[in-house]
Design a protein around this ligand. Structure first.
Ligand SMILES: Cc1cc2nc3c(=O)[nH]c(=O)nc-3n(C[C@H](O)[C@H](O)[C@H](O)COP(=O)(O)OP(=O)(O)OC[C@H]3O[C@@H](n4cnc5c(N)ncnc54)[C@H](O)[C@@H]3O)c2cc1C
Length: 467
């Protein structure tokens, strides 16, 4: 594999416009780092592309040698898929152009953009693209897996707002996929992750929005059960303008947190209201009345503030492990399991994240996109977050143990972007009835499974090189 890296390097040297970073070269150490500290890998070559032709050349050179190849946008894969040992990383971080057409309410987003670059550019025109909640996340990985965030209920998933993709496929061709051109590929790219090629550009729909009401509050341990029951029943009827997420966790030791709650199990509520502020007041006030009075706040915030407020909670380089799934309904015993588990959480940054999908996202039929079935609106993600290797066993086993307890009450299915690297057996579960169609598209565009560092859908007949 090291030799293959040399071969790719030599073949790219003359025509590559971006940076070719090899071990020992200045810039390599920084470039090899990904967000999840669990994955400290040393690629043989990082090809940081300057433009689409660089991507095509990198894919061509790599497929000729058969080198293991990772594709990287923001490097935030929880499963560490955007790096590898000895192989090639196609790094898109120099391709961060966002072109906004304010009249048409559309944008073209280049394949290396972070969410922050998208938000900054679109907000200049008073517009938003619905995406995730942390601005240093890569747009490509997020959109290709589906993409949920504060605006999901109002405007749908990120992938629901994509009108077209341009991508470099495994044979290094530049292909367009939209409702007219290659519609099967267009379907598969909306939820199918990085299985089909390197997306160099997304054409997306934008929506007008510049500020939202943000309300937050903490509910003490004794009231968590009551709050979760209320949330479960309330969200089924809630307006599309309201997003209400709950994190079950140990309250941080910060000034904002009432002294008696610090370090104690709490339910931390965050509500975003995207409609006219007055119209949302009654919902926000009611929800906050269930929280500890000294912990609540409610204010109108600029959209860019909303999108960056969680950035420092998920720093690069810490260790993260996750398991996620859907519930159609949160029954009493699942609520009990979760409530009890908060007391056993192994570290203050580790949490049980609860979100309610529905809204505009819930209105897209299961067969319309590879993302699929949206009928189980409760999304639970167990996210462990700790500083060093000594915490690996305790955190990973806490997540696995709790997930095992909750699993029987879940609806089969999983969002590929919230999966870890040890869940290849759940990829089929992610696509279920859509599996055969996914395999057919994969077999057509990537018969040799060149793009395999992802929640992988293998092609029908993996063609061995040279056969
Ligand atoms: C701090 C943090 C916050 C998050 N918040 C949210 C959230 O609010 N909502 C949500 O839905 N998800 C969220 N996620 C999950 C996120 O969607 C995934 O981790 C996603 O894969 C990140 O994309 P990336 O481009 O940064 O990842 P990368 O690690 O660069 O890539 C991830 C996968 O996508 C593939 N890929 C990347 N770029 C391309 C491309 N241009 N073409 C083809 N394939 C490509 C890679 O090969 C890899 O398989 C969050 C993750 C983190 C770490």
């Amino acid at each position: 594999m090291v030799e293959a890296g040399e071969e790719v390097y030599s073949s790219l040297l003359r025509r590559f416009k971006g940076d070719l970073l090899r071990p020992g070269i200045s810039g390599y150490e920084e470039a090899r780092t990904v967000w999840n500290g669990m994955f400290s890998r040393t690629p043989g070559l990082i090809a940081r592309c300057a433009d689409v032709s660089d991507v095509q050349n990198a894919v061509r050179a790599a497929s000729e040698t058969g080198i293991l190849t990772a594709v990287r946008c923001g490097g935030h894969s929880l499963a560490g898929f955007s790096t590898c040992d000895d192989g090639l990383v196609i790094d898109l971080s120099r391709m961060r152009q966002v072109t906004v057409d304010p009249e048409a309410r559309r944008a073209r987003i280049a394949g290396g953009c972070l969410l922050g670059s998208v938000d900054t550019a679109t907000q200049k025109a008073g517009l938003v693209f619905p995406a995730g909640v942390v601005s240093h996340t890569g747009a490509s990985g997020l959109i290709l897996g589906g993409g949920t965030g504060w605006l999901t209920r109002r405007f749908g998933l990120s992938c629901d707002n994509v009108e077209g993709f341009t991508l470099v496929t495994a044979d290094s061709s530049l292909v367009r996929a939209n409702a007219k051109d290659n519609p099967d590929l267009f379907w598969a790219l909306r939820g199918g992750g990085g299985n089909f090629g390197v997306v160099t550009e997304f054409e997306v729909t934008l929506h007008p929005l510049t500020a939202v009401v943000l309300a937050e509050g903490l509910c003490p341990e004794a009231d968590i059960r009551r709050l979760l029951e209320f949330w479960r029943d309330f969200m089924a009827e809630a307006p599309f303008d309201l997003k209400w997420n709950i994190n079950l966790r140990l309250a941080p030791h910060t000034e904002k947190v009432p002294a008696e709650l610090r370090g104690r199990p709490v339910a931390s509520s965050s509500l975003v209201w995207t409609g006219a502020p007055e119209a949302g007041r009654k919902y926000v006030e009611h929800v906050l009345s269930l929280c500890s009075p000294d912990s609540v706040s409610s204010k109108l915030v600029p959209f860019l503030d909303l999108q960056t407020m969680a950035d420092s909670d998920f720093p690069h380089g810490r260790r993260y492990y996750t398991k996620s799934g859907y519930f159609t309904w949160l029954d009493g015993s699942s609520i009990d399991r979760m409530t009890e588990a908060v007391g056993t959480i192994p570290s203050p940054e580790t949490m049980i994240e609860l979100a309610y999908l529905g809204g505009a996202a819930g209105q897209v039929a299961a067969e319309e996109t590879a993302f699929g079935d949206r009928s189980a609106p409760f999304v639970m993600t167990l996210l462990a977050n700790w500083p060093d290797e000594s915490g690996d066993m305790g955190h990973i086993s806490w997540v696995r143990g709790l997930f095992k307890q909750l699993r029987p009450a879940m609806k089969p299915g999983v969002y590929v972007n919230f999966m870890s690297d040890d869940e290849q057996d759940r990829v089929h579960e992610a696509y279920q009835q859509r599996w055969d169609r996914m395999v057919a598209v994969k077999s057509h565009y990537d018969p040799g499974n060149f793009f395999r560092l992802n929640q992988n859908v293998p092609p029908r007949e993996p063609a061995a090189k040279g056969s």
